[in-house]
Design a protein around this ligand. Structure first.
Ligand code: ZN
Length: 59
């Protein structure tokens, strides 16, 4: 399972979450700030099949 690692822009807490969470909002466990999970890859990049969004067809 690939993971995204980033830091909270507000408090600097190191965070990681699943790749499929990219672009979604999470809550920082440290400061409760709402954070947009950064997408480490461009949307057209070839990834292992990710089908979290059926409205978006990559192929
Ligand atoms: Zn934080």
């Amino acid at each position: 399972m690939q993971e995204i690692r980033f830091v909270c822009p507000k408090c600097g807490q190191k965070l990681e979450c699943e790749l499929k969470m990219a672009g979604q909002k999470i809550q920082c466990p440290a400061c409760k700030n709402s954070i947009n999970v950064p997408n480490p890859y461009p949307p057209t990049a070839k990834l292992p099949r990710v089908r979290s969004n059926s409205a978006e067809q990559i192929e």
